[in-house]
Design a protein around this ligand. Structure first.
Ligand SMILES: [Cu+2]
Length: 159
């Protein structure tokens, strides 16, 4: 092995060490419990009545959130405010609203690792518990027509 080959081998080993360390750090960090900002259960059909239930309806082209509590029924469009360390169940469906069609939408809340389809005539449920306060973006990630891009808003988690 001449000198040039030794230098090349050293460079190769150096690059592999750096890439390996980056990959290891990435796997370690994303696996930490603190990295996740919400705990999540897989979709199920038996909803715990102690959970706070929110009806979510995808329409062309808005997300409508309906909550019921002691003070009555509250409806918000393209925004939702919830409380930290509280368990919520979203019941997600699609409706035609004031438009011509009910189509499939897909609610995506990136930082909560939540993605759930809104299908006409079907209730999909997902249960989660936010563990950090903040303002997070949600959006529709299923192309659903002309104003698909408008189907986005803010999820606010308060104390
Ligand atoms: Cu949509």
């Amino acid at each position: 092995m001449n000198k040039k080959m030794k230098i090349e081998a050293l460079w190769l080993i150096g690059v592999l060490v750096v890439l390996g360390a980056a990959a290891g750090l990435n796997i370690y960090t994303t696996g930490l419990p603190a990295f996740s900002i919400a705990t999540k259960e897989t979709p199920h059909t038996n909803i715990n009545p102690n959970n706070h239930i929110i009806d979510v309806t995808g329409e062309q082209w808005a997300w409508v959130f309906t909550k019921e509590n002691a003070t009555g029924t509250h409806t918000c469009t393209d925004s939702l405010t919830i409380h930290v360390n509280t368990t919520y169940t979203l019941i997600v469906s699609s409706s035609k609203g004031s438009h011509q069609f009910a189509v499939i939408h897909d609610l995506y809340i990136a930082q909560f690792d939540i993605q759930i389809y809104a299908v006409p005539g079907q209730n999909n449920t997902i249960t989660f518990t936010p563990v950090h306060t903040g303002v997070f973006i949600f959006e529709c990630v299923e192309y659903c027509g002309y104003d698909h891009y408008l189907m986005r808003g803010y999820l606010t988690v308060v104390k």
